[in-house]
Design a binder for this molecule. Structure first.
Ligand code: PEP
Ligand code: MN
Length: 340
């Protein structure tokens, strides 16, 4: 980090600033420019509040030369991270499709979908038991009972399972869950992220609908700083002025993230599109752009789904889409290598 001081800084304020910085373990290299004194800060500057330094009377400008995230930063971890989810690897060339319904509804529904997506090419099964719904009157999920049904489907299909947590008190239901999802609405629930940092289970962290790529990485950093390094990032569409789709899929987030971080990056075309017919083109685009996997909503009876039926594929349609994705994968790997 570089701090450019105004001309003729007040010596007492300068002394206060340098004492405060060195007290935080920072070494200061000062150099005198033509008009201004420049302080080069060396050490863990991620602990320094850049805006606070900028607001000081004697400070002209502050520039970060290194990102404020270390654990999630590819500069410190050049090799791709491979995350193991119940024996299924994601990242570092391992491409995975996660599929299943938005919400867990019944034992029969989960079993039918689980076997359908497994035979269609999914390696992990999803299903929501704790649902963050916009309306308090909408179906909120089956909670702990839903997770029991998910585990039954896991046993019937052999697929490891992913489901969303909304608050840490729910963790007691997650004993047999292989991957814990943090949804878009909780991406910046920092208390939850800190607590998941102490959990020995991979985390699927979805991008908030109005959050930047760097904010997503800072949220991953919260989990990793607590000791849990197994984080998979998920682009799921962001809010823009466009209303033709539920969200706007930020395809460029894939290569941008892959450059900034060694963590695997997957894409959820279902929540991005909001419409089943758009899932295939978005899934193909994400695959071509170098995603490490996809998360696709699948329901055995989309018309009667309790949540997100409009964007859900039937198991048959899912199998067709998965086939097209796997056919594209070898070419996608080649183009991802070429762009690095
Ligand atoms: C989900 O995956 O079920 C979900 C609620 O997605 P998001 O958090 O991305 O809206
Ligand atoms: Mn959904």
């Amino acid at each position: 980090m570089i701090v450019v001081l105004k001309a003729n800084p007040d010596p007492e304020q300068l002394e206060n600033l340098t004492t405060w910085l060195t007290g935080q373990g920072i070494t200061i290299h000062s150099s005198l420019g033509v008009n201004n004194l420049v302080l080069g800060l060396v050490g863990d500057t991620s602990v320094i509040d850049m805006d606070l330094v900028k607001s000081l009377d004697i400070v002209e400008d502050v520039k970060r030369i290194r990102e404020p995230y270390k654990n999630a930063n590819r500069k410190f971890h050049p090799d791709d991270m491979i995350v193991d989810v119940g024996g299924v690897k994601i990242g570092g060339g391992h491409f995975v499709i996660i599929a299943g319904p938005c919400s867990i509804e019944t034992e029969a529904q989960m079993k039918e979908v689980a076997l359908g997506v497994r035979d269609g090419g999914a390696a992990l099964l999803r299903g929501g038991a704790f649902k963050p719904r916009t309306s308090p009157y909408a179906f909120q999920g089956l909670g702990g009972n839903g997770i029991d049904l998910l585990i039954k489907a896991k046993k019937a299909s052999g697929l490891p399972v992913v489901t969303e947590i909304m608050e840490i008190g729910q963790l007691k239901y997650f004993e047999e869950v292989d991957m814990i999802q943090v949804g878009a609405r909780n991406m910046q629930n920092f208390q939850l992220l800190k607590e998941l940092g102490r959990v020995d289970r991979p985390i699927l962290l979805k991008r908030g609908m109005a959050n930047t790529i760097d904010e997503l990485l800072m949220s991953a950093e919260y989990i990793m700083a607590g000791g849990n390094e197994s984080v998979v990032l998920c682009e799921r569409g962001i809010r823009t002025f466009e209303t033709s789709t539920r969200n706007t899929l930020d395809i460029s987030a894939i290569p941008v993230l892959k450059k900034k971080t060694h963590l695997p990056v997957i894409v959820d075309p279902s929540h991005a599109a909001g419409m089943a017919e758009l899932v295939k083109p978005l899934a193909l685009a994400a695959t071509a752009a170098g995603a490490d996997g996809l998360m696709i909503e699948v329901h055995n009876d989309p018309q009667h789904a309790l949540c997100d039926g409009a964007q859900s594929l039937t198991p048959e349609r899912f199998a067709e889409v998965a086939k097209a994705i796997f056919a594209l994968r070898p070419f996608a790997m080649e183009s991802a290598e070429m762009s690095q």
